[in-house]
Write a protein that binds this ligand. Structure first.
Ligand code: TRP
Length: 334
């Protein structure tokens, strides 16, 4: 059926924090690509959020370009979606200030991510780290996004975004859409391969715990062979079998098979066979991503033309909304 209604707007962002993991891929970027047909999508590399913790400038620049190439390699289509770089679109900073003046110190003090990060970076509790959720609200509200795909760690920030939007609308008149979270239907959380009770994370000291989307085949297979499992030997999803559950989830996501099908496929086979199969399936699934990424990084002009187009479209859309917000707040029209 032809859908003549206006498509809902989806916006999401990811920080350019170095190589993306299988967790980033399954939990976020893979779904970004899927949503493109049914929604009007905006995807950005959140380089402004990245500097809330200290960054080496040359590295940040490289990571931002690589992150952009990575989302395109994972299927974000810069001709179909608006794929842009946050710091290239000045409306985010403009709206940020207006929203900051409508956000309470107390609200920001309650953010659990701020509490965690300020404890972790005790020598650099900068104002940006504190007002981080306000910039995120600006990212979202500047486009009147309906839906925001986020992981659980960002849910509180999204709630705050709704509170800020609602407050603004009450004070100055209706403008902002109250965004909802979009929780991906399947396999949102990928756990560490060496300690499957913890989330897969690139900051893990054990490099075998974490698979990167750009790892080569041998590396991927080696990491899966070493994955920690239980002393049972039956490939079945069950409570308490965190390691096997994680591997089943991963296998199911990359092959598109249901959990039941996976269990049937490995009925009577041991963990060794299963681990090898998961490693191979992941490596095969990621091979085209790696290839596309390498092509893009060799073709900088094309990459630049993609983000320039995204930046311009993002600026056009957000300027209309941010100008209205400025007007409502009492700034003289330019
Ligand atoms: N804060 C998000 C994260 O670290 C990234 C982000 C920035 C974002 N702005 C956003 C996500 C707007 C969704 C919408 O994961």
């Amino acid at each position: 059926m032809e859908n003549t209604e206006k498509k809902k707007v989806i916006l999401s962002g990811i920080q350019p924090s170095g190589a993306f993991t299988l967790g980033n891929y399954v939990g976020a970027i893979k779904n970004w690509a899927k949503l493109q047909d049914d929604y009007s999508c905006l995807y950005m590399i959140a380089d402004m959020h990245a500097i809330t913790v200290r960054q080496d400038p040359a590295k940040l620049r490289r990571n931002t370009l690589e992150a952009y190439a990575a989302i395109v390699a994972c299927g974000v289509d810069p001709e179909n979606s608006v794929a842009f770089i946050q710091s290239h679109v000045p409306t985010h900073g403009m709206l940020n200030w207006l929203l900051a003046c409508n956000t309470q110190f107390g609200e920001l003090s309650r953010m659990t991510q701020f509490k965690d990060k300020s404890a972790k970076h005790a020598d650099d509790v900068n104002a940006g780290l504190f007002t981080y959720p306000v910039l995120m609200a600006a990212d979202i509200l500047a486009y009147n996004a309906d839906l925001v795909p986020v992981g659980v760690d960002q849910k509180q920030h999204l709630e705050l975004t709704r509170d800020i939007a609602q407050r603004f609308n009450q004070r100055y008149g209706e403008l902002f859409t109250l965004p909802d979270g979009y929780i991906p239907p399947q396999g949102a959380k990928i756990m560490s391969l060496s300690d499957p009770t913890k989330k897969m994370s690139k900051s893990d000291e054990n490099q075998n715990s974490c698979v990167y989307i750009l790892d080569d085949k041998d590396t991927i297979i080696r990491k899966f062979k070493r994955a920690v499992t239980d002393s049972d030997s039956c490939v079945k999803y069950a409570e308490g079998k965190d390691g096997i559950n994680n591997l089943i989830t991963i296998y199911s996501v990359v092959t598109g098979k249901s959990v039941e099908d996976v269990e049937r496929e490995f009925d009577g086979k041991g963990y060794g066979d299963f681990k090898l199969a998961v490693g191979e399936a992941v490596a095969d699934h990621l091979a085209p991503v790696r290839e596309k990424f390498n092509d893009l990084m060799k073709n900088k002009d094309y990459l630049v033309s993609c983000y320039k187009r995204g930046d311009e479209t993002a600026f056009k859309i957000s300027s209309r909304i941010v100008s209205k917000a400025y007007h409502k707040a009492g700034f003289v029209d330019r």
